[in-house]
Design a protein around this ligand. Sequence first.
Ligand SMILES: *Cc1c(COP(=O)(O)O)cnc(C)c1O
Length: 376
Amino acid sequence: MKPIQMVDLAGQYARIKPEVDAALAEVMRHTGFINGPEVKAFEQELAAYLGVKHVIGCANGTDALQIAMMALGLKPGDEVITASFTFVATVEVVALLGITPVFADVLPGTFNLDPADIERKITPRTKAIVPVHLFGQTADMEAIMAIAAKHKLYVIEDDAQAIGGTYTFSDGTRKKSGTIGHIASTSFFPSKNLGCYGDGGALFTDDDDLAKRVRRVCNHGSETRYYHEVVGVNSRLDSLQAAVLRVKLKQLDGYAAARNAAAASYDKAFAGIPELMTPARSAQSDHVFHQYTLRVKGGHRDALKKHLEANGVPAMIYYPVPCHLQNAYRSDRFPAGSLPVTEQLTHEVLSLPMSTELDPEQLAHITATVKGYFNP
Ligand SMILES: *Cc1c(COP(=O)(O)O)cnc(C)c1O
C-alpha cells in the first residue's frame, strides 16, 4: 500500500505533470513573472467557471480577506461578525485593521455560522458578516444575505475551503460558492481544493466599482503608476502560480467528485458506529470535502487519533482551539463558555485523510483502522 497522507500532492501532480511542466516552461520562456499573460487568463477562466464578473488574483487567502475589508472601507471601531470555529486568518486581519471581531456560534451539523446567532450579535457598529464556508460546504447564504439586507451590512464570503461548491436557494436558483455575497476571498494554498505550488489567493465580486477598488488596494493604492490615491498593499498572484492554476482549474470538478467518492466510502464504513457522527450534509449546499471531519463522541477523539497514527493513518484536529480562546484574541466579551457549540466541536472533531488520490486499498485500511478502535 502507498503510504497514507492527509493530502497527496505528489500523486496529484504525477497525473497532470506534462501539462503543468509545459505551462511552467512557457513562463520561464517569456519571463513575465509578475502580471504575465497567465494571470489575466486565469482570472478570466475562473470568473467564467464561477459565473462572477470579476476575479482578482492576490498573494494569499489571508491577504484576500484583508484587501476585501480595505476595499469596503471598514475602519477602526467597526465590528465584523464571523466564526470562532475557523482558521485564524479572518480574525487576524480584522484585528490588524483595528476592526473588532465579533464571534457568532456555529451549527452543530454543518459547522457553519448559525444565522440566528449572527442576528443576536448585531450592534449599531456592525458593518460586515464574514461567513466561512468550512470544510467544503457553503454557509446558509440565503439567511445570511437576508440578515445583511435588513441591517445594511456587507457580506464577505471566506471561500478558501469551498471553491467549486454550489449553493441552491429556496426558489431553485443555483450559485457557485463565493458568488453570493458582496465579495469573496479564496486561497490557493497547495492543500486547498484548488491549490497552486506556493502561495496564492483571489477575490471575487460582481460589483464593478468594488473590483476597481480591490485592484487599487492590491497595487499599492494606485491606478496610475507612482500616483497613490489610498493606502494599499503589495499583493499579487504570480505568473508561475497562475500557470499551475489554469491547469488545475480544469480538474476542479473531477477533484470534487474524487473527494466525494472517498467521503461516501467513509460514510458507509462508519454508519454503524454510535460514537461517530459522520459529516452532516446541508440542505442548500453541496459538499466539496475540503476536509472529511467526524465528530467523535464519548471522549474517544484523542485516543482514536493516537490509534490511527500508530497504524499509519494520519488524522488532524481542525481546529483544536477556537479563535475566541486564542491568547492573541481573548476578550471579556467572549469568555470560555460563550460559544458552546464551537467549544464542544473543538473537543470532538477529527479530520481523516482527504485528497483526490486516495485509492481503494488506502480507504480500506483507514476504515478498518477506525473500526478496529471501536470493535477491537
Ligand atoms: C487557508 C485559509 C485561509 C488563508 O489562506 P492563506 O492562503 O493560507 O493565507 C483563510 N481562511 C480559511 C478558512 C482558510 O482555510
